[in-house]
Write a protein that binds this ligand. Structure first.
Ligand code: ATP
Length: 241
């Protein structure tokens, strides 16, 4: 479980009197193995939150708890930009992540699950954006993380590719359930992927609504079911738009 309790996160404003307050008394609890989508306007503080959870940013007041674990959790992070090393092949990019955080995960199985086996010895410049994003997802899964943070991993993919990669992601997640925090601006994508959707306000970021997605996972591919659920959300929570 992740217990997020951020009393205050601000960025110093250069040359201005006021600092930029991004979070104040922000609390969120995520259950172990839960897939939570965060939906909120641009600039509300979603990436800032993921960076704090990943301990890339320690400049805040508050606490992130990870339950009763003896060791700190392993965290996989899929950034908005795939951030592959251009001088390493697909496979070498993945192997490097595992070298840093040992795990027994099988790279071959992950490449196969993401349909990238034929491209494992290719350099990133030869990959499409969708393929690069799939490699970034494998790289995060390969360390067998306890917590997976995903920051708009499908942004700028066309709708069909985003759906396909989303489907592959859910297959991987169902095989090896991790606790996932997934940032998206796309409500349909959130409905297709999440156990629970958390809607956020502009900064200072607050939770304005939460919804458990009441569509069985085997029916999430049904666009009509997703659209009906989306319309209901928009009706129930007009403030989320
Ligand atoms: N290093 C920084 N220094 C100063 N301000 C920052 C810094 N990083 C982010 N900000 C500001 O903090 C606010 C929150 O940024 P953040 O990237 O967390 O938002 P976001 O919700 O992820 O946005 P988006 O959906 O556009 O990615 C924004 O106003 C941003 O300009």
């Amino acid at each position: 479980m992740i217990a997020i309790d951020i009393k205050r996160k601000l960025y110093p404003a250069k040359g201005k009197a006021d600092n930029h307050l991004v979070m104040a008394d922000f609390q969120l609890a995520v259950n172990s193995g839960e897939f939570v989508c965060l939906v909120g306007p641009s600039g509300c503080g979603k990436t800032s939150l993921l960076n704090i959870i990943a301990e890339l940013d320690n400049d805040y007041e508050g606490h992130i708890g990870f339950g009763q674990q003896e060791k700190p959790p392993k965290i996989g992070y899929v950034f908005q930009n795939p951030r592959l090393l251009p001088w390493r092949t697909v496979r070498e990019n993945i192997e490097l992540a595992i070298a840093q955080k040992p795990s027994s995960n099988n790279i071959d199985a992950l490449l196969d699950a993401m349909q990238l086996t034929p491209f494992q010895h290719v350099y990133p410049e030869r990959l499409s954006l969708g393929m690069s994003r799939r490699v970034a997802i494998i790289r995060a899964f390969a360390i067998n993380p306890d917590v997976l943070l995903m920051d708009e991993p499908f942004v700028s993919l066309d709708a069909a590719t985003a759906r396909q990669v989303g489907h592959l992601l859910i297959n991987l997640w169902q095989q090896r359930p991790h606790t996932v925090l997934f940032v998206t601006h796309d409500l349909r994508e959130a409905i297709a992927l999440a156990d629970r959707i958390v809607f956020l306000s502009p900064a200072p970021m607050k939770i304005i609504a939460e919804s458990t997605v009441g569509i069985p996972r085997n029916e999430r591919g049904n666009e009509q079911a997703v659209e009906t659920f989306r319309q209901r959300l928009l009706q129930d929570y007009p403030e989320i738009i």
